[in-house]
Design a protein around this ligand. Structure first.
Ligand code: HEC
Length: 244
């Protein structure tokens, strides 16, 4: 029920948001599962280890993530937070956007709300759509985001993909990475799931509130039912007449 609700919410997000690649790019379906804490925790690790070299998540606090994803705070401080940041701080990085623009041609945008801006389908497909293109500065291009300024930081895990077909209809794994294709897809699922959580942290709370509301309604229903029975017993027995 909760899963379907979340799926529905994402399905109703602005459909107009298209990738920079235009409208004809096929996007793989992605259904976030904010109840899968193990997936979200793994996604947060992947995000910190692979993405925060360049991207911040400046609206997300470590501590809030630790609470929401049910992680031990000491563990988060010891194993996750890099440098001298405190757990109460936002997930910012030290890179100067101006330097970044010079290096990459475009600054790596903040990713807190990315999954809401582009949609989780887009993010999930984008992360798995880098391919070799010797004409690009980093030697890679992306099917979902043509001429992207981002190097493929995931190549060690995924391996190297090349184009198949005249117009790059499909991508093919040319050499393997440290992960099997299934493992890599699962890792990107977790990473996208975490980004979906960051973009909509209140979904997690409203999920819980929704459950309480349903429990409350169920209890209210039982009371209302017995109350109704109580009233109508008097009506049936005619006892109300005697009172008047
Ligand atoms: C070496 C630096 C670097 C790292 C590490 C990096 N990125 Fe990027 N990323 C960039 C740059 C630069 C851009 C901007 C590309 C452009 O606009 O052409 C970008 C763009 C993106 C975009 C598209 C933003 C948009 O315009 O909507 C997404 C999504 C993204 N990165 C996700 C990630 C994720 C997830 C990771 C971790 C797995 C990651 N990036 C790691 C440099 C990096």
């Amino acid at each position: 029920m909760k899963k379907q609700l979340i799926a529905l919410v994402f399905a109703l997000l602005p459909l107009s948001v298209m990738g920079a690649g235009g409208a004809n790019i096929h996007l793989d379906d992605f259904t976030p599962d904010l109840s899968d804490k193990a997936s979200l925790q793994n996604g947060m690790r992947l995000f910190i280890d692979n993405c925060m070299g360049c991207h911040s998540a400046q609206y997300q606090r470590y501590e809030r993530a630790a609470d929401d994803l049910e992680m031990d705070k000491e563990m988060v401080v010891k194993e996750m937070i890099k440098g001298d940041q405190k757990i109460g701080e936002h997930m910012t990085i030290a890179m100067d956007p101006k330097d970044a623009s010079n290096w990459f041609g475009a600054p790596p945008p903040d990713l807190t709300l990315e999954a809401r801006l582009r949609g989780p389908d887009w993010v999930y497909t984008y992360l798995r759509s880098f391919y070799v293109d010797s004409e690009r500065p980093w030697g890679v291009n992306n099917k979902v985001f043509p001429d992207v300024g981002m190097p493929n930081v995931l190549a060690t895990m995924q391996g190297v993909q090349v184009c198949k077909g005249e117009n790059c209809e499909e991508l093919e794994l040319k050499s393997a990475g440290t992960m099997s294709p299934e493992e890599f897809d699962k890792a990107m699922y977790d990473l996208t799931n975490f980004m979906a959580y960051m973009a909509e942290p209140s979904k997690m709370v409203s999920g819980t509130i929704g459950t309480y509301v349903l429990i409350f309604l169920a209890i209210l229903f039982v009371f209302a039912y017995f109350l109704k029975k109580e009233y109508w017993r008097d009506v049936y027995s005619g006892s109300w007449r005697k009172d008047h």
